[in-house]
Structure formats: structure tokens, C-alpha cells
Design a binder for this molecule. Structure first.
Ligand SMILES: Cc1cc2nc3c(=O)[nH]c(=O)nc-3n(C[C@H](O)[C@H](O)[C@H](O)COP(=O)(O)OP(=O)(O)OC[C@H]3O[C@@H](n4cnc5c(N)ncnc54)[C@H](O)[C@@H]3O)c2cc1C
Length: 379
């Protein structure tokens, strides 16, 4: 794959992540997937290497860098395990980034040093039983009560919630104002009235853990309101848009891992004394995978570079996310097909990739939401 578009520093960073992934993640990925438990030590290891702090200023424990390094990190981690990458991403690039971009100095000082050191883990909760692709359907309610807000409702399918110490929660503060009546709150696990269900079982992303969080008259101090009252969610849209670039990078990483597996199998699979790469169908399938991945990576890098140049990146991020995730699903399906029965076995990497890929088209805005965004820019 061409990485002509990367600087020498970016290539050095990529190679250091790649070496860690080969040693620490890839050999364990299938076991972690089957155990359906997130290896918590991964947060401390990622913190030690400075990866949780990418995009965060150094004076609050960050390691600097920007969207391009974050994209490289996601793509490389995902080549070892998409589930591991997802847990780290939700923690630092969603929950942590929301505090960085919307939090006041006191909130940043209270939450970020522990978060970036991997001592306290975060999650991000907006989805509910009745609110998924359409964010305006959120029902979790926060009512002002003296110096606190009283929080009631539930958040569904929340990654990292089984072990998260802090939660960035979207709640309605003014029901008459739609999107402009939603605020963000920093909820802490120990607060009375917060309960987390047992982890859910899922099709893929086995090692990542998710659950439902319920809030019953939770007293959240007004000091934990994150960003402007009523306009917190609108203010968070930039963080979510950045998340699309991370999601695109994740899809590229998973697609690359799948393609490597397809190449490995088809080169070593011999029938009639010939490897199956002798069939034009196999060669063409892999060539198409490589072409899609190249395009997806260039689109992802382009969106990331727009962010770093301070330019509008909304449409580029939506296009990258849409193309990379749909390509990834296609590539993972083709890999399973090329790997035949061996790929279908529970221990194979090909079936794990096939189960992991689909959620990338669902989370961070479904493909339909990306298409709506793109049409708003071009239509
Ligand atoms: C593994 C995993 C991890 C997750 N982690 C988190 C997390 O950490 N935090 C969190 O908040 N959520 C999380 N989610 C939930 C995720 O945010 C939602 O799944 C996503 O927003 C889609 O919502 P939904 O599943 O309710 O689908 P629905 O909203 O029911 O949509 C179903 C289908 O209808 C389409 N559709 C719906 N509305 C429209 C529309 N207006 N226009 C066009 N098409 C539409 C969708 O595109 C989709 O194809 C996670 C989900 C999964 C599977």
C-alpha cells in the first residue's frame, strides 16, 4: 500500500504502532474475541506509549499530534483487533475529546489527566431504545434542581460502559427545542442512581464490552454540565464529525487485515498442484480489494489533513466514512469467500473480520446519515 502521503515522522509512528500490534495484539486477538472481555491493561499500555493523549495538549497530560496520527493509530490497531481499537477510541477520541473540546478548565483538570494516563476509563452515551440514527429522538431528561440536575432515562449499546469510570451523557434539558435543547453531562459511576446492566452479547467486536446504563433520579452537580446548556449536543457535532474520520481509518485497518488474510490463504492453498492465485477470479478479487483500500485511505488522509489545515472537513469526513466502511464490509465478505471452509471456522481470522466489520457502517452515523450529510453539501 502506498504511504507516499505520510511524512517521515508519521511513517515512524506507524511502524512503532505496527510493531506493538504484531507483538501484543494480533497473537491474542482471537482469544480475546472468544472470551468476550476487554483486556483492561490495554488502556495503561496505550497511555504509556502516549497513544491515549494524541490530539490532547501536553500541559494536561496529552502527547500532541493531530487527526492524521489518530487515523494512523486507528488503522494500525485495527489490523490487530477492531474490538481493542474500538475500546481505546471511545475512551479517548469520543469521551476524552468531548471534555477537551467542550469542557472548562476545571473539568479538564479533574478528568483528563487520569483519563489520558489510562487510570479512569470513559464512555460516550447518546443512543437509547428509541433514539439511534435519529438523534432528535433522545428522551433521557435532565431537569435543573437547585445546584444539581436530576437525570432520568437510559442509554443503550454503550461501549466501555461495563467498566467505565466516567460517562459523557446526552440528555434533553429543553424538550421544546429539539437538537438545540440537548446538553451533555459528565456522569460518574459512583453517583447514586446510576446502574449498568450485564454486558451484552454481540455478533462481532467480541472483545469490546457494551451494556445499558440506567439513570434513576441521579443528582448530577451543575459543575458537571459539559459545554453550553441546551447547545451541548450541537457543540459536540464537531467531535462526532472527527469520529467519522477515525471510523474510516478503522475500516481501512480492518480491510487491510482481511486482504492480508485473503492473500495468505490463496497463496498457500494448493489444488491440482497450483495455488488458487492461478485463477483470475482470485487475483482480480484481491486487486479490487487493494484498489478500494487505497482509495479509502487517501480519502481518510485527505479528511484528516483538512482538519489539521483548519478547513471545513464535514463532507470529506462523511465521504471517507461512507466509502471506507462499505468497502470494508465488501472486502471482509470477499475474504471469507476466498478462504472457503477454513475461513468459516470459529478460530479463523477471516470469520472474525466478517463479524467485526458490519458495525462500522452502523456506528458514528449510519451510511444513510453520511449520505444525507454529503447531499447537504453537494445537492
Ligand atoms: C458494537 C456497537 C457499539 C456501539 N457503541 C455505542 C456507544 O458507545 N455509544 C452510543 O451512544 N451508541 C453506541 N452504539 C449504538 C449506535 O449509536 C446505534 O446503533 C446507531 O446510532 C444506529 O442506531 P440504531 O441501531 O438504533 O438504528 P436505527 O436508528 O433503528 O436505524 C435502523 C436503520 O434505519 C436507518 N435509518 C434510521 N433513521 C434514518 C433516517 N432518518 N434516514 C435514513 N435512514 C435512517 C438507519 O440508517 C439503519 O439502517 C453502538 C452500537 C453497536 C452495534
Amino acid at each position: 500500500m502506498s504511504d507516499f502521503a505520510l511524512s517521515p515522522e508519521e511513517i515512524q509512528f506507524r511502524d512503532s504502532v505496527r510493531a506493538f500490534v504484531a507483538k501484543e495484539i494480533t497473537p491474542n486477538a482471537t482469544r480475546w474475541d472468544m472470551e468476550e472481555r476487554y483486556p483492561r491493561e490495554m488502556f495503561a499500555k496505550a497511555a504509556e506509549l502516549g497513544w491515549l493523549g494524541i490530539g490532547f495538549p501536553e500541559d494536561i497530560g496529552g502527547s500532541g499530534g493531530g487527526t492524521v496520527l489518530a487515523a494512523i493509530l486507528n488503522a494500525e490497531l485495527t489490523q490487530g483487533s477492531a474490538a481493542i481499537s474500538l475500546g481505546l477510541y471511545v475512551h479517548s477520541m469520543l469521551a476524552g475529546a468531548a471534555i477537551l473540546h467542550l469542557g472548562n478548565k476545571a473539568q479538564q483538570a479533574r478528568f483528563l489527566p487520569d483519563a489520558l494516563a489510562g487510570r479512569k476509563i470513559g464512555c460516550w452515551g447518546y443512543a437509547e431504545a428509541g433514539a439511534g440514527a435519529d438523534i432528535t429522538c433522545v428522551k433521557t431528561r435532565a431537569r435543573r434542581d437547585g445546584d444539581d440536575y436530576l437525570l432520568n432515562g437510559a442509554k443503550l449499546y454503550i461501549t466501555n460502559s461495563p467498566f467505565a469510570d466516567f460517562m459523557v451523557i446526552v440528555a434533553v434539558t429543553d424538550p421544546d427545542r429539539g437538537l438545540k435543547g440537548m446538553s451533555l453531562f459528565l456522569v460518574e459511576r459512583g453517583m447514586a442512581g446510576v446502574s449498568v446492566s450485564a454486558p451484552f452479547r454481540k455478533l462481532g467486536m467480541g472483545a469490546s464490552e457494551m451494556a445499558e446504563i440506567t439513570f434513576a433520579d441521579v443528582r448530577v452537580p451543575a459543575a458537571n454540565l459539559l459545554g453550553p446548556e441546551h447547545l451541548g449536543f450541537v457543540a459536540a457535532l464537531k467531535v462526532l464529525s472527527l469520529g467519522r474520520i477515525a471510523s474510516a481509518a478503522t475500516a481501512v485497518g480492518l480491510g487491510r487485515a482481511a486482504m492480508a488474510e485473503a492473500i495468505r490463504y490463496s497463496r498457500q492453498r494448493v489444488q491440482n498442484d497450483r495455488p488458487i492465485t492461478q485463477h483470475q477470479f482470485v487475483r482480480f478479487t484481491i486487486a479490487d480489494m487493494a484498489t478500494r483500500l487505497e482509495a479509502a485511505w487517501q480519502m481518510t488522509l485527505n479528511a484528516a489533513r483538512l482538519v489539521e489545515a483548519g478547513k471545513d472537513f464535514d463532507c470529506a469526513a462523511a465521504m471517507a466514512k461512507l466509502f471506507a466502511t462499505e468497502s470494508c464490509t465488501h472486502i471482509c465478505e470477499r475474504t471469507l469467500h476466498l478462504c472457503g471452509a477454513e475461513g468459516y471456522m470459529r478460530e479463523s481470522a477471516a470469520q472474525r473480520f466478517y463479524r467485526d466489520c458490519k458495525v462500522l457502517e452502523i456506528g458514528e452515523g449510519t451510511s444513510e446519515i453520511q449520505r444525507e450529510t454529503i447531499f447537504r453539501h453537494v445537492g
